[in-house]
Design a protein around this ligand. Structure first.
Ligand code: ATP
Ligand code: MG
Length: 283
């Protein structure tokens, strides 16, 4: 869906050539690729969302995924974690082709990833502790008390007071709910973390505290994070690289590279009024 005020992408000159994995330049620098998408096509009925999409994520980095509303950011996350099936293409996660995973091997791979969905998706009838225990119970056979101790650890890790565990999601502020759903995403000590607009709806201070938390977790736990966001401050503050969904494909670059990238949506996004801070930072 084209956003109001943006130029049509149909009459554009041919796209600048990208190097492997949708990158503007080679960012690999000897690092392990923990997520490799090649030739991904997703569609619903006749509506094609992604077409021939390539995308690489390296171990230990935080990649921000941006793009206009409805361009398929959430669908891409859902496709990566197996909730939506790509019509074509391959997804390699932690070195394994995910199409070869079934049953136990699929559950084991899921246990190595954590997801925070766009709407938080905590179970409203369960307490925060019980919410965090849900994925633990699915993947491990542990005593109830041990699971509660793990949940308490995760609650502390995301900076929530200990008594949050006893509360229901409806008793928490929006920011606390986001941290609680992050705690649940961390329940199984994942290597790969997927976050869908985690700071949407937070005030700027709450959002920047959340960003610092995510950055700290990434550095201290050695996580790799793919984060959908509309928040230019987050992109600036914590993302090592930025992936932009454009014309059904992904273009990945550093902020400096994207500020130079010639595409109407990219120009409007990074050079519009909201992109001013980003521009100044990279002068
Ligand atoms: N299960 C589904 N069935 C049919 N169409 C779908 C389904 N899920 C998503 N879509 C469509 O796919 C497109 C991409 O949706 P998606 O939720 O990925 O957008 P998005 O980039 O995350 O947008 P936003 O920034 O608003 O969250 C939309 O047009 C949406 O209507
Ligand atoms: Mg979305």
């Amino acid at each position: 869906m084209a956003e109001a005020g943006l130029a049509s992408t149909e009459d554009l000159p041919p796209k600048a050539p990208l190097v492997e994995g949708g990158q503007i330049s080679d960012h690999r620098d000897g690092r392990e690729v923990v997520l490799r998408l090649r030739g991904i096509r997703t569609q619903f009925g006749d509506k094609v969302i992604h077409d021939n999409l390539d995308f690489d994520v390296f171990r230990g980095e935080i990649v921000g995924l941006v793009g206009g509303s409805g361009t398929g950011k959430s669908v891409l996350l859902r496709t990566i974690i197996g909730l939506n099936r790509a019509r074509e293409g391959t997804i390699e996660m932690l070195g394994v082709d995910t199409s070869t995973l079934h049953g136990k091997s699929q559950r084991e791979m899921l246990a190595r990833t954590g997801v925070q969905f766009q709407d938080g998706a905590l179970f409203s009838s369960l307490t925060v502790t019980e919410n965090i225990i849900v994925p633990i119970r699915e993947h491990a056979e542990l005593e109830d008390q041990t699971m509660r101790e793990i949940a308490a650890l995760k609650i502390g890790m995301v900076g929530l007071p200990a008594d949050t565990g006893m509360k229901k999601p409806s008793e928490l502020s929006g920011g606390m709910r986001k941290r609680a759903s992050l705690a649940r995403a961390l329940a199984l000590d994942p290597e790969l973390l997927f976050l869908d607009e985690p700071t949407a709806g937070l005030d700027p201070i709450g959002a920047s505290h959340y960003d610092e938390l995510v950055k700290g977790l990434c550095r201290n736990l050695g996580l790799t994070i793919l984060m959908v966001t509309h928040d230019l401050d987050s992109l600036n503050a914590i993302c090592d690289r930025i992936a932009v969904l454009l014309d059904k494909r992904v273009v990945v670059g550093t902020m400096a590279e994207l500020l130079e990238y010639d595409h109407p949506w990219v120009r409007e996004y990074f050079h519009g009024p909201r992109g001013r801070a980003a521009r100044q930072e990279h002068k």
